[in-house]
Design a protein around this ligand. Structure first.
Ligand SMILES: [Zn+2]
Ligand SMILES: [Zn+2]
Length: 374
């Protein structure tokens, strides 16, 4: 049994500001393991993602108590029996969708849809077994098989990807969610071809990563949409060719700008209105990619006849349709070659003790990626 500090969520809250309501408490927790096929990782950098907010507020239900954190990097401290692909001292990126390798989805080559991985995540457990975390004997659940807002994490051997040790830890962390969900949604799910026009609705960390991905893919126009003027400025610095203020008129403006709509429109805000803008911004025959986790209580209603005559495609993008073991090394190589400047996604750095301040900044949409260090 080992002990380390972690940010624990006991009960969900919507009380703002989070810097006053303090939903996450830094506590010393116990951890058993690593057992067979598990790895103990010392976390060097973790970043906050907008979907962490849905854990805090309870918009998406998770077993409590839980240690959140699903975008992180660290160094392997110890491996359990049977772990072959990493050794102590290796740097790893943690991956929030474990892939068993043998279920129908994994066998099809779509490891991001791994069914046992999803079931383990929903149970707050590990792919390799029940939760390993506790306080005074009370079970603490894992978030997405990781629980990275902590000094250490015990994870399945299928919840990580080895990367070079010379990759800066804060950069490595970004590949776990922001890079795969953003750039992956453009390149893999959206299959953007050189010369195509793209709209990205919602410029948080994932939307910003999608802008970088659209540049990599050779998009001729990258139209950034957000309700915050400051985010639109950021989008321009990242490489957006056009910016449009979000709201009821945004889609009309995009149709006007493009002479009929974009080839591919991505929703990266997790807000129904952003999805509606993306849908209306796609040209006839265009693709609509939905990336953000919209509140399940707000379903989208579709004019089916118009959908048929408009011949649009709506495609959900989970983890950017990435097979992490293949895609993370590819994205890392592009970063190293200077073609994928993911460091631009980092807007703040702070110790994990300030996590509630970071959470509030995320909720107020005043950050892209905030790096927390132990
Ligand atoms: Zn995320
Ligand atoms: Zn699987």
């Amino acid at each position: 049994m080992i002990s380390f500090k972690a940010a624990v969520l006991d009960t969900c809250t919507i009380a703002r500001p989070f810097s006053d309501s303090l939903p996450l408490k830094i506590e010393t927790i116990d951890a058993a393991g690593p057992n067979a096929h598990e790895v103990l990782v010392r976390i060097n950098a973790a970043s906050l993602c907008r979907s962490d907010l849905s854990v805090i507020t309870g918009v998406r239900a998770w077993p409590m108590p839980i240690v959140p954190g699903h975008e992180a990097s660290g160094i392997v401290e110890e491996v359990g029996d049977g772990v072959m692909q990493v050794s102590p001292g290796d740097q790893v990126v943690l991956v929030y969708q474990p892939s068993c390798g043998v279920c129908p989805c994994c066998e099809e080559g779509r490891t991001y849809l791994c069914e046992p991985g999803l079931a383990a995540n929903r149970a707050g457990a590990l792919l390799s077994g029940p939760p390993r975390l506790s306080i005074n004997g009370e079970t603490i659940h894992h978030h997405m098989g990781l629980s990275a807002f902590a000094e250490m994490a015990i994870v399945s051997e299928h919840s990580l990807v080895k990367v070079d040790n010379d990759l800066p830890p804060e950069i490595a962390a970004l590949f776990g969610c922001a890079v795969m969900c953003g750039a992956g949604s453009v390149i893999n799910t959206g299959n953007i071809q050189a010369g195509e026009m793209v709209a990205i609705v919602g410029i948080g960390g994932v939307g910003a990563s999608a802008i970088l991905g659209a540049q990599l893919a050779g998009a001729s126009r990258i139209i950034a949409v957000d309700i915050d003027e400051a985010k639109l400025e950021t989008a321009k610095e990242l490489g957006a060719t056009d910016t449009v203020l979000g709201g009821a008129l945004a889609a009309d403006e995009i149709l006007e700008l493009t002479g009929g709509g974009v080839d591919c429109a991505l929703e990266t805000a997790g807000i129904l209105g952003a999805f509606e803008t993306a849908y209306a911004s796609a040209k006839r025959g265009g693709r609509v990619i939905t990336v953000g986790l919209v509140n399940p209580a707000t379903p989208f209603s579709l004019d089916v006849a118009a959908h048929v005559t408009g011949a649009k495609t709506i495609h959900g993008s989970y983890m950017g349709s990435c097979n992490s073991a293949d895609d993370i090394p590819k994205f890392v190589e592009l970063y190293k070659a200077g073609r994928f400047p993911v460091e631009k996604l980092i807007t703040h750095r702070m110790p994990i003790g300030d996590i509630n301040i970071a959470l509030e900044r995320m909720a107020a949409s005043k950050a892209l990626r905030q790096i927390l260090t132990p």
